[in-house]
Design a protein around this ligand. Structure first.
Ligand code: PMP
Ligand code: GLU
Length: 394
């Protein structure tokens, strides 16, 4: 039977990061000893105080609908966090709490884009941005960066890509998949271009708590001028910072008309994010911060320990990350050494023959690369690197 489907949805790709994670999980369930380095998900448990707060909220009867854009107490906790960490002042009507940062980003693109509007997306990019931009009728404009440029867009690259249709730029720092972080000086220069042309900055700061450098150097572009405060949509959430990926709580902070538009959209889409998860997120921001601190230190230690090993694998050219929990590695030479036509085939063989799941770079717009996540048990991660090394040497 012919089952007609929406053209709009046919034109978007499935998420390769979720697909590889699902595939590794399936293989494991079928008894295959596969090590998954695909998932961008902390291998830590959600801190107990957060779980307790969510359970407690349910016992107290907070099991009903809440305001679409989040409970006032959680908004206050987010406002406090933005003020304290980033010197950003927002009012409650400038905060939108959604079902994970992914949903929040979706609502943001829907709120600011009209058909044909261009959004500048530095390459490599997190897999979801181009698809969400297209779903909002926008056109992703990919701007190449490269290994030597630490995979970061410069103000000059940005300026060159601007047209009369440019509505927004997406910045993600610390970055998925590269682990690179924009310095304050770089953001100042980029911010000037955004200001000059009145371009929105969608600033995805989900890995903010996982920056390995001097915390004083880590700024939000929204804090750099009054105009940038107006133009920036700050995106963040609890998934990575508090090991709460399954809870699905993220937020946006932006100018009131943007937040109001996102709220109207969510009214007809999700209504509120899950009530008890909001109480958990509130505890994440208000409660003690020992676990995120431990997690961050563990990731940095792993990065330092494993980076030299990666560098020593034949044909592997990694770049040392300054944040998040990913290694993004040029493996074009490794794929060639093993006789593969491309890195996608190389990655497939790593899974089928070496039993290590990695995400091919093609999904991030850089097909010579793979991404591996060290938010993985370090003993397993080491074993995975040994498998890859043996695979390369055999
Ligand atoms: N932005 C980036 C760069 C991400 O890597 C992710 C998920 N890994 C998200 C947003 C979405 O996070 P969540 O929906 O879990 O809050
Ligand atoms: N964002 C994470 C990643 O890049 C989780 C998977 C996803 O949501 O795409 O792996």
């Amino acid at each position: 039977m012919d089952l007609p489907l929406s053209k709009r949805v046919q034109e978007i790709a499935a998420s390769p990061t979720l697909a590889i994670t699902a595939k590794a999980r399936e293989m494991k369930q079928a008894g295959v000893d596969v090590i998954g380095l695909g998932a961008g998900e902390p291998d830590f448990n959600t801190p107990q105080n957060i779980i307790d707060a969510a359970v407690d909220s349910m016992n107290k009867g907070f099991t009903k609908y809440t305001a679409t854009t989040g409970i006032p107490e959680l908004k206050q906790a987010i406002i406090g966090k933005l003020q304290q960490d980033q010197d950003l002042a927002y009012k409650p009507n400038q905060i939108f709490v959604g079902t994970g940062a992914k949903h929040v980003l979706y609502c943001a693109f829907q709120a600011i884009l009209n058909p044909g509007d261009e959004v500048i997306v530095p390459v490599p990019y997190w897999v979801t941005y181009p698809e969400q931009i297209k779903l909002a009728g926008g056109v992703p404009i990919f701007v190449e960066t490269g290994f030597e440029a630490d995979f970061k867009i410069t103000a000059a690259d940005f300026e060159k890509a601007v047209t009369s249709k440019t509505r927004a730029i997406v910045l993600n720092s610390p970055n998925n998949p590269t682990g690179m972080t924009y310095s304050k000086a770089e953001l100042v220069a980029i911010g000037k271009v955004a200001e000059k042309h009145g371009i929105y900055v969608v600033s995805d700061e989900i890995y903010e708590k996982l920056y390995y450098g001097d915390k004083k150097e880590l700024v939000s572009i929204a804090s750099l001028s009054d105009a940038l405060y107006q133009l920036t949509i700050v995106i963040n959430g609890v998934s990575k910072a508090y090991a709460m990926t399954g809870w699905r709580i993220g937020y946006a902070a932006a100018a009131e008309p943007i937040i109001a538009s996102m709220g109207r959209l969510a009214d007809h889409m999700t209504s509120n994010p899950t009530a008890n998860a909001q109480y958990g997120a509130m505890e994440a921001y208000n409660g003690e911060q020992a676990v995120p601190e431990t997690m961050y230190q563990a990731f940095e230690e792993r990065m330092e320990r494993f980076y030299p090993i990666l560098e020593s694998i034949p044909g592997f050219k990694p770049k040392k990350p300054s944040g998040a929990f990913y290694f993004f590695i040029d493996v074009a030479e490794a794929a060639q050494m093993k006789g593969f036509a491309d890195v996608d085939a190389f990655a497939k063989s790593l899974l089928d023959d070496a039993f290590v799941a990695v995400v091919p770079g093609s999904g991030f717009g850089m097909p010579d690369y793979i991404r591996i996540s060290y938010a993985t048990d370090p003993a397993l991660f080491e074993q995975a690197l040994n498998r890859i090394n043996d695979f390369m040497k055999n």
